[in-house]
Design a protein around this ligand. Structure first.
Ligand code: HEC
Ligand code: HEC
Length: 459
């Protein structure tokens, strides 16, 4: 599957030119509008190949760890582990690398070994790559994740691709850096399950390879903080920005179809996506790095009562570990950013998602409740599900089905070329699924869907 999707070696297209990237305004790309006028309903497939070779998978459905490592080698090609990623200005890159964790080949090699090592879970069944699977867009492609002992969490595993460029980590932004974030799944009871960092260290400290590798990388024995740093260093190599859309923005007019170009125009105008999903030379990810309630979780919950419960739980135990548990294993998960800031305006708010590589990371949203990009569009077209904390930027859009198709065509051009085949396959699968399962659209209903939940909360 992934094998065939990966071209030999790494592309060397320089997509982000020097300091221009830094100086670029926060506004939209200014592109020749004439190009948008030509609308064609045909989407030329970039890749022809069909079918996937059998990938050896474990009981979690994750690809075998050795297989994943080989797939990773092919993705990365001959690029040096400590090289500045293609497409990122070297000066800017420095800002993403912590002062106490400079990129070295030894650190990246150590982080890589840890990332794929199931011994980092209490019962030896789960590694980071179980849920951030190289063959599945560095996600698990499940609605919500399964950790040790078959425990199912409340949140969808986001991709680790390009997360180095984010301002905060986790969907509620509760972690400030990759190095810090990487420590938390290890001690989360429903993910990798160690009671504390020390027990995780014990699980690998006797391994001669690790002993030598920690010394080489950090000049210290195996320790919890450096586990986080090494994994962080490895994740900083996962920069995948070389999409058809990027080539288009940099002047290759043939890189995307006319339909996708029209979708890009809609994205910036009628569909209003750009108001939250900032996409420009200084921010190529497609997120404003802010938190919004877009009416995904509303339907499940009485937010007011839930917020009171959340505050009480955090008063009783304000620790980082408790917040991990509340966020991943309880109803309080749906409160999102509120659990970090305790601001009422953050109730039900989650970080605006990265849109790069979106074609290969279904299902969507923090709870994985939306299966296809067509259904995501349907959600936005109806203004999101109403709730008292809905972001002011959400309103019904009145997009036609054709316009929805165009925005979706655009979204599928945001995937890195190295995943082109997977992207194509997912697009076809999603199209088939969306057409079958899409709820019947009635424009009156679409403007505002009333929920039982709203009556309860309005009293
Ligand atoms: C059991 C599945 C599971 C395992 C194991 C797991 N993760 Fe995750 N990962 C998730 C889920 C679910 C989230 C979202 C949690 C949240 O936002 O509260 C996440 C979030 C992340 C993020 C934040 C991404 C973003 O967009 O903010 C990173 C980075 C990450 N994981 C890396 C790792 C690393 C490194 C490991 C191993 C130490 C790991 N994960 C282990 C499921 C998992
Ligand atoms: C008011 C801000 C806002 C607007 C406007 C907005 N989004 Fe989002 N978008 C978000 C937030 C916040 C999330 C994450 C929500 C969650 O996880 O519950 C998100 C999630 C998504 C996702 C799912 C990503 C994933 O990995 O799960 C896609 C796709 C998406 N948006 C596309 C769009 C498109 C296309 C538009 C325009 C039609 C749009 N968004 C308009 C804020 C916004």
């Amino acid at each position: 599957m992934i094998d065939r999707a990966i071209p030999d070696g790494r592309r060397t297209v320089r997509v982000c030119g020097g300091s221009r990237w830094w100086r670029a305004t926060t506004g939209r790309f200014v592109l020749a509008s004439a190009a948008w006028l030509a609308v064609s309903m045909s989407f030329a497939p970039a890749v022809r190949a069909e079918g996937a070779e059998a990938i050896p998978r474990d009981t979690f459905g994750a690809a075998d760890m050795d297989y994943q490592q080989r797939a990773f080698d092919k993705l990365i090609g001959s690029v040096k582990a400590d090289a500045v990623p293609v497409g990122v200005d070297p000066v800017i890159w420095d800002a993403f690398v912590p002062a106490d964790n400079e990129m070295t080949a030894d650190r990246v090699a150590l982080g890589r070994k840890l990332f794929f090592d199931k011994r980092l879970s209490k019962d030896g069944t789960v590694s980071c790559a179980t849920c951030h699977d190289v063959t599945r867009g560095f996600t698990d492609q499940r609605a919500t994740s399964e950790g040790i002992g078959g425990q199912i969490g409340r949140r969808n595993a986001p991709t680790t691709l390009n997360t180095v460029l984010l301002e905060t980590l986790f969907l509620d932004g509760r972690s400030p850096s990759l190095d810090h974030q990487a420590r938390l799944p290890i001690i989360n009871a429903i993910e990798m399950g160690f009671p504390d960092g020390e027990s995780a260290v014990k699980a690998i400290a006797d391994d001669a390879d690790y002993k030598a590798m920690f010394q080489k990388a950090y000049g210290r024995d195996v320790n919890y903080e450096d586990i986080g740093r090494a994994i962080g260093a490895f994740e900083r190599t996962m920069v995948f920005l070389d999409s058809p859309f990027r080539r288009f923005v940099h002047g290759d007019d043939d890189a995307i179809s006319a339909e996708a170009k029209e979708g890009w125009r809609l994205f910036n105008e009628k569909a209003r996506c750009v108001s939250c999903h900032h996409m420009n030379l200084s921010n190529p990810l497609g997120t404003d790095n802010r938190f919004h309630n877009i009416g995904v979780s509303a339907r499940h919950q009485d937010f007011e009562a839930l917020a009171r419960r959340g505050l009480k739980a955090m008063e009783e135990d304000p620790s980082e570990e408790k917040l991990e548990e509340l966020a991943l294993a309880t109803d309080m998960s749906e409160l999102g950013r509120f659990m970090v800031t305790k601001n009422r305006s953050d109730i039900g708010a989650f970080r605006t998602s990265i849109l790069l590589n979106i074609g290969i990371t279904a299902p969507y949203m923090h709870d994985g409740t939306i299966e296809t990009l067509w259904d995501v569009m349907d959600h936005y077209n109806k203004g999101g599900e109403a709730n008292l904390f809905l972001d002011g930027g959400m309103e019904a859009l009145a997009l036609t089905e054709e316009e929805i198709d165009r925005v979706v065509a655009f979204l599928f051009t945001l995937t890195d070329d190295r995943f082109a085949e997977d992207n194509q396959r997912q697009m076809e699968a999603q199209r088939a699924k969306a057409q079958k399962n899409r709820p019947f659209r009635d424009d009156e209903l679409a403007n505002r869907r009333k929920l039982a939940f709203e009556d309860r909360i309005a009293k």
